[in-house]
Design a protein around this ligand. Structure first.
Ligand code: CTP
Ligand code: MG
Ligand code: K
Length: 176
C-alpha cells in the first residue's frame, strides 16, 4: 500500500520540480513577447518567461535523470531508463502551466490572480497529457487510474505548502 503512494509521487516528481523552480529562475522576457490576444488582454502575461520555461524544464529533467539512476537501488519505477520520458513530464508541466495562464487571461484574470485548483493542478494536467501523447505505452503501464486520482488529490496540498514556503522566503508574490 505504502509502495503505491510512494511510486505515484515518485512518478510525478519530474513534473513537480519545474513549477517550483520556474519561480526561482523567473526571467524578464515573456514568452508572449508582451503581445495581446484578440480580446485585448495579454496572451500569457508577464508570469510566463523563457527563463522560467527553460530553467524549470531543465530542473525537472535533471531530477528525473537522477531518479532513473537511483531507481534500481530503491526499487521504484525507473522511467524505462529513458531521459526522454522525464523530459516530457517536465516540459508537459511547463506547457500545462502556460495553457492555464492562457485560459486565465481569457477569463479576464490578471497575472497572479488566484484560479483555485487549476493553479495547483495545471502542471499535472500538462505533464500527464503530454506524456500520454508521446509515451502512451509507458504511461498506461505506470499511471494507473488510482495513481492519477491519488496524485490529483494530494497535489493541491503539496503545491500550496511549497508555494507558501516560496512566499515566505520572498520568491513568490502571492501565497498560492
Ligand atoms: N515563472 C516564469 N516562467 C514560467 C512560469 C513561471 O518566469 N514559464 C515565474 C514567474 O515569475 C511567475 C512565477 O514563476 O510569476 C509563479 O508562477 P505562476 O504562479 O504559474 O505564475 P503567475 O505569476 O501566478 O501567473 P499566472 O496568473 O499566469 O498563472
Ligand atoms: Mg500563480
Ligand atoms: K500556474
Amino acid at each position: 500500500m505504502i509502495g503505491f503512494f510512494i511510486s505515484a509521487l515518485w512518478l510525478i516528481i519530474p513534473a513537480y520540480l519545474p513549477n517550483s523552480t520556474a519561480v526561482i529562475f523567473k526571467g524578464k522576457k515573456p514568452i508572449d513577447f508582451g503581445k495581446r490576444f484578440i480580446d485585448g488582454r495579454r496572451i500569457l502575461g508577464n508570469g510566463k518567461t523563457f527563463r522560467g520555461l527553460i530553467g524549470g524544464t531543465l530542473c525537472g529533467t535533471t531530477i528525473g535523470v537522477f531518479q532513473i539512476l537511483i531507481s534500481g537501488k530503491l526499487n521504484l519505477p525507473d522511467f524505462n531508463g529513458d531521459p526522454l520520458i522525464v523530459f516530457t513530464l517536465a516540459l508537459g508541466a511547463m506547457l500545462g502551466d502556460m495553457a492555464f495562464s492562457f485560459i486565465k487571461r481569457r477569463l479576464g484574470l490578471d497575472r497572479g490572480a488566484p484560479f483555485p485548483l487549476f493553479d495547483q493542478l495545471d502542471f499535472v494536467f500538462g505533464a500527464l497529457f503530454l506524456t500520454y501523447l508521446v509515451h502512451g505505452n509507458w504511461f498506461k503501464i505506470n499511471f494507473t487510474l488510482w495513481k492519477i486520482i491519488f496524485i490529483l488529490l494530494v497535489t493541491p496540498l503539496i503545491h500550496l505548502a511549497v508555494n507558501y514556503l516560496g512566499y515566505k522566503i520572498g520568491e513568490k508574490k502571492e501565497p498560492w
